[in-house]
Design a protein around this ligand. Structure first.
Ligand SMILES: NC(=O)c1ccc[n+]([C@@H]2O[C@H](COP(=O)([O-])OP(=O)(O)OC[C@H]3O[C@@H](n4cnc5c(N)ncnc54)[C@H](O)[C@@H]3O)[C@@H](O)[C@H]2O)c1
Ligand SMILES: O=c1ccn([C@@H]2O[C@H](COP(=O)(O)OP(=O)(O)O[C@H]3O[C@H](CO)[C@H](O)[C@H](O)[C@H]3O)[C@@H](O)[C@H]2O)c(=O)[nH]1
Length: 337
């Protein structure tokens, strides 16, 4: 009963690996380390450094380790990069998953959990967004994930596989034991930028757009703590092991916070009054993105532990302070100090 985690050395994947290992599961990782870190992994977990789309590698790992389920995080994740390099995103997200699925089918793996994204919805007509909302991705990143969802659905129907697609909303926070967190150089996530400002690595944070028709004029997001997200995957695994049929689920808390509220939360928990400046809207931003979470709660045995913006901000800050200390107090990017 071994679980294969692709992209297990990355931000979310490493939390998944720790959650599985903490629960006594047998787990192996395939990661090409393009954006991952070996230091995030427990020493007891075998790491195969290679491509999740390398069918020979995957078939070998499936056979050698008796893989019963695959949790697939490996991929490229930066929305603006996908606009510049759509074919790179279709290769590393869509084509890689096609090869991975082919190896899974050949190896007889019939449980598959896939990291999808709220970006598949594009600009939603209704908020909170239910899973049956129209999918109109506004970027090649979102399209590459939606194409993968479709491919997974067809493959599962043809080959007796069951899957859970998890559409993540805004993932944030870090492991409470400090074992892993967001360390990607150049990450642009709001909470990451805010904690970089709070630790003095940035002179200020820009708020992209304060003229939206929202209560305070800034965009609204549904933040989910990365450790709760990992536990949602464990619940999805239990659901599939219990004979659950294929399903797509939103992963969020179902509650939105504005960009300004989020920055205020980081100021409060850090007790540092870093500068905030108002900047024009960021092209392509969606005004309000909040998950309808009724289906995930009706389907999975999952109770979030960290559904609180200040707790998420506290954990993100603690992780950033650790990274900053380890770099000897040097900012992540020379240009941002
Ligand atoms: N972070 C978010 O807010 C967010 C939101 C929605 C969905 N997701 C999805 O979650 C997954 C994980 O995202 P993350 O934030 O942890 O990103 P990440 O970049 O930290 O992790 C991706 C991991 O996959 C590895 N990888 C990339 N391509 C690979 C390949 N072809 N073969 C093997 N390994 C490969 C990288 O080295 C890295 O360890 C991605 O599929 C992403 O699209 C993330
Ligand atoms: O320095 C910053 C950074 C972000 N923002 C704002 O904060 C909000 C959130 O931005 P993020 O970049 O943190 O996240 P996104 O909502 O754009 O995208 C994230 O969530 C999506 C799902 O909703 C996708 O999964 C995507 O991969 C993931 O990065 C946006 O309004 C953005 O304009 C700022 O104002 N200043």
């Amino acid at each position: 009963m071994t679980v294969l985690v692709t992209g297990g050395a990355g931000y979310i994947g490493s939390h998944m690996v720790h959650a599985l290992a903490d629960a006594g599961e047998s787990v192996v990782v395939i990661d090409n380390l393009s954006t991952g870190f070996t230091a995030f992994l427990p020493e007891s977990v075998p790491l195969f450094i290679g491509d999740a789309g390398d069918e020979n590698l995957v078939e070998g790992v499936i056979a050698q380790h008796g893989i019963e389920s695959i949790i697939h995080f490996a991929g490229s994740v930066v929305v603006p990069d996908s606009v510049r390099d759509p074919l790179g995103y279709y290769r590393n997200n869509t084509m890689t998953t096609r090869s991975l699925l082919n190896a899974a089918v050949k190896g007889g793996v019939n449980r598959f959990i896939f990291s999808s994204t709220a970006a598949v919805y594009g600009n939603p007509d209704q908020v909170p967004v239910p899973e049956h909302a129209p999918t109109r991705p506004a970027s090649p990143y979102g399209s590459s994930k939606l194409m993968t969802e479709i491919m997974l659905h067809d493959t599962a129907s043809a080959h007796g596989m069951n899957y859970v697609v998890l559409r993540y909303f805004n993932v944030a926070g870090a492991d409470t034991k400090g074992r892993c967190g967001l360390a990607t150089v150049g990450a642009t996530h709001l909470l990451k930028i805010a904690v970089e400002a709070a630790t003095g690595q940035r002179a200020k944070i820009d708020v992209f757009g304060t003229d939206y028709p929202t209560p305070d004029g800034s965009c609204i997001r549904d933040f989910i703590h990365v450790s709760d997200l990992a536990q949602a995957h464990r619940a999805a695994l239990a659901y599939l092991r219990g004979g659950g049929s294929s399903i797509t689920l939103n992963c969020g808390y179902g509650r939105g916070y504005s960009v300004l509220e989020t920055i205020e939360a980081v100021r409060r928990v850090s007790m540092r009054n870093f500068a905030v400046s108002y900047a024009p809207r960021r092209p392509g931003d969606i005004m309000t993105m909040v998950a309808d979470v009724s289906r995930i709660h009706a389907t999975l045995d999952w109770t979030p532990q960290y559904d609180n913006l200040e707790i998420i901000a506290t954990h993100a800050l603690a992780w950033e302070e650790k990274l900053f200390r380890e770099r000897g107090g040097l900012p992540q990017h020379a240009e941002s100090a």
